[in-house]
Design a protein around this ligand. Structure first.
Ligand code: GLN
Length: 276
């Protein structure tokens, strides 16, 4: 089998299995198995693929046909220009979440203390530590296995993040300039309707925002004032239809200048405000 035949085989298999981005995924898996860049691939179309690699490629394609997320096959996901290790214990970092990180980066100043509540893979905490001159970043999660992955990621990116296992704020001490969170926010009833890649392979703990999807926003908004310095800021990622609800919750709890920000698709994605 030549490289070109392998790629065509991958595309066809994934299309037949109704995988949405069949061509893109077939390429990424070929890249993963061969280590070739796209340019190198086009220069070597007719070269044979070594049999061990061909076997590996067929295995990867078969996994993807079974709706295993691409990132669980390759073990990585890029976020904010950094490569993160991912597995079934953490939510795969989403591009939408970059809007949240970019919003926080705009207000970051040297010496700030930042808390990332529900850190998962650590993608938010680690990106903030990497791309700003903050003094301390703390990443909190209830899941021990998620924190293990987050620690691997911090080491990989060579940044210092203090990870704490805690049910929300129960084990958190100190006061912060910024609290940021992308908590679980899907309504329980809706989880069954999500695509297979998400509902079967992202951890349910990272998705389920309970009955109305707002459970964690309420809890975090209620506790945050105790953990924020004066003029401290709270930043959330939200679902596209949760902007007004979360804004109202923040205003009712005494937050000012509460603002809703859209993502690149034009959907409400971030809510933030300041605690005076
Ligand atoms: N904060 C992590 C992320 O944005 C995990 C979010 C979650 O588990 N809901 O990827």
């Amino acid at each position: 089998m030549t490289l070109q035949e392998a790629y065509q085989y991958g595309q066809k298999q994934l299309k037949n299995a109704n995988i949405e981005d069949a061509d893109v995924d077939a390429w990424h898996l070929l890249e993963f198995v061969t280590g070739l860049t796209r340019t190198q691939y086009f220069m070597r179309l007719q070269e044979p693929l070594a049999s061990t690699r061909e076997e590996r490629y067929r295995e990867c394609i078969a996994q993807r046909c079974n709706h295993i997320p691409l990132q669980h096959i390759t073990g990585v996901q890029e976020f904010m220009g950094l490569e993160f290790c991912v597995n079934e214990n953490v939510l795969i970092p989403r591009q939408d979440t970059e809007v949240l990180v970019e919003s926080v980066l705009k207000v970051m100043q040297p010496g700030m203390h930042v808390l990332d509540m529900c850190t998962g893979s650590g993608c938010i905490a680690i990106s903030l530590a990497k791309h700003s001159a903050c003094e301390e970043v703390m990443g909190v999660d209830i899941s021990e296995s998620a924190l293990k992955t987050a620690m691997v990621n911090a080491k990989k990116q060579d940044v210092r993040v203090k990870f704490v296992q805690s049910d929300l704020f129960s084990q958190v001490e100190g006061k912060f300039d910024v609290i940021v969170s992308n908590p679980p926010y899907i309504r329980t009833m809706v989880i069954g309707e999500l695509e297979e890649e998400v509902k079967l392979h992202d951890p349910i703990l990272a998705l389920d925002g309970k009955e109305d999807g707002l459970f964690f926003y309420r809890k975090i908004i209620e506790a945050a004032p105790q953990y924020l310095k004066q003029n401290g800021q709270l930043y959330f990622e939200i679902g596209h239809d949760q902007g007004q609800d979360v804004k109202k919750l923040m205003e009712a709890a005494g937050f000012a200048d509460v603002t809703i920000k859209k993502d690149l698709a034009g959907l409400d994605r971030v809510v933030f405000g300041v605690y005076i």
